[in-house]
Design a protein around this ligand. Structure first.
Ligand SMILES: [Zn+2]
Ligand SMILES: [Zn+2]
Ligand SMILES: [Zn+2]
Length: 251
C-alpha cells in the first residue's frame, strides 16, 4: 500500500512509522484507484476478479498481486492521510491562494501540506488564516512545533491544530443537533418554551446538564466533554508531543 510518505527521507519515514504506532487512528481509510479499467464494469468488479484469481480476501493485499497481473490493469491502494487539519496564521489577506500555483504544489513536497485554502468569514471576507491538510503525522508534528516558511509571503508562520468545536442549537440550546434540524424554540437562559432569552429574568438552567448556566455557555461540562471526545485524536498528539501542556489550554 502506498503511504503518502514519498516526500520524506528515510529517517523521517521511520519517525513517521513510529508516530503512527504511538497514535493509532480510530479508523483507517484507503483510496482505491485503477488504471486500464475499461475492460471492467467498475473497480469493484476488478477487485472481485483479483480476489477470485489470486485468492485474496483482504483488499489491502491486492496491490502486490497486480504486479503479477501484467500491469495492464492496475489497482492502486493508497492510505488516506490522517484527518488532522491545520491552520496557518497571519497570511496577508490580499494574497490569492490558487491551488495550481507552483508554490503550493511545492509545499506538498517540503512540508507534506495539501488542500491549502484561505478561510473566509460567512460574509465572504477573507481572513488571514489558511486551512490545509497534512499527508503524514511526521509533517503534522513538525509543522506544529516549528511553523512554516512561505515563499508566498517571504515569512515564517505559526501553524496551529484545527480544533472542531461542538455547536449549540441556537433555537433550543441542545448540543445534540444542528439549529436547522430543530423543531423547538426554547429560552437559551432557562429552557422554558414560552419566551425567548432576551426577556428572561429566570434563574439560568442548562437544557443539556441541568446546571445553573445558560444552555449555550462555554462552562457546560457536557459541552466540554463533547469537545474533548470529538478532538481526542488531535489532543492526544498535542499533549504527548508537549505542543500544549494540557487540554485545559484549549477547552
Ligand atoms: Zn434545538
Ligand atoms: Zn427563560
Ligand atoms: Zn450545561
Amino acid at each position: 500500500m502506498e503511504k503518502n510518505d514519498e516526500h520524506l527521507n528515510a529517517e523521517q519515514k521511520m519517525e513517521n512509522d513510529q508516530k503512527e504506532e504511538m497514535y493509532p487512528r480510530n479508523r483507517y481509510e484507503v483510496i482505491i484507484s485503477g488504471e486500464g479499467l475499461v475492460d471492467f464494469k467498475d473497480i469493484y468488479s476488478r477487485i472481485n476478479e483479483l480476489k477470485l484469481c489470486h485468492d485474496i480476501e483482504d483488499s489491502l493485499l491486492i496491490q502486490p498481486a497486480y504486479d503479477e497481473d501484467q500491469m495492464k490493469h492496475r489497482v492502486n491502494i493508497t492510505d488516506k492521510p490522517p484527518n488532522l487539519p491545520v491552520l496557518i496564521n497571519n497570511v496577508d489577506k490580499n494574497i490569492k491562494i490558487d491551488p495550481n500555483n507552483s508554490y503550493l504544489i511545492d509545499l506538498a513536497t517540503r512540508y507534506g501540506l495539501v488542500d491549502i485554502e484561505r478561510i473566509f468569514l460567512q460574509d465572504n471576507t477573507p481572513t488571514n488564516k489558511l486551512r490545509a491538510n497534512v499527508l503524514t503525522l511526521y509533517n503534522y508534528i513538525d509543522l506544529l512545533k516549528n511553523g512554516i516558511y512561505l515563499d508566498l509571503t517571504s515569512m515564517k508562520h505559526t501553524v496551529k491544530a484545527s480544533i472542531t468545536y461542538a455547536k449549540v442549537c441556537q433555537k433550543c440550546g441542545s448540543i445534540n443537533h444542528n439549529t436547522k434540524d430543530c423543531k423547538f424554540d426554547r429560552c437559551l437562559r432557562c429552557g422554558n418554551y414560552d419566551h425567548s432569552f432576551k426577556n428572561c429574568k429566570n434563574i439560568p438552567k442548562c437544557v443539556n446538564c441541568d446546571g445553573s448556566h445558560q444552555s449555550n455557555s462555554e462552562i457546560c461540562n457536557l459541552l466540554t466533554n463533547k469537545n474533548l471526545t470529538n478532538n481526542r485524536y488531535t489532543l492526544d498528539i498535542l499533549v504527548k508531543e508537549s505542543i500544549i501542556n494540557s487540554t485545559d489550554d484549549i477547552f
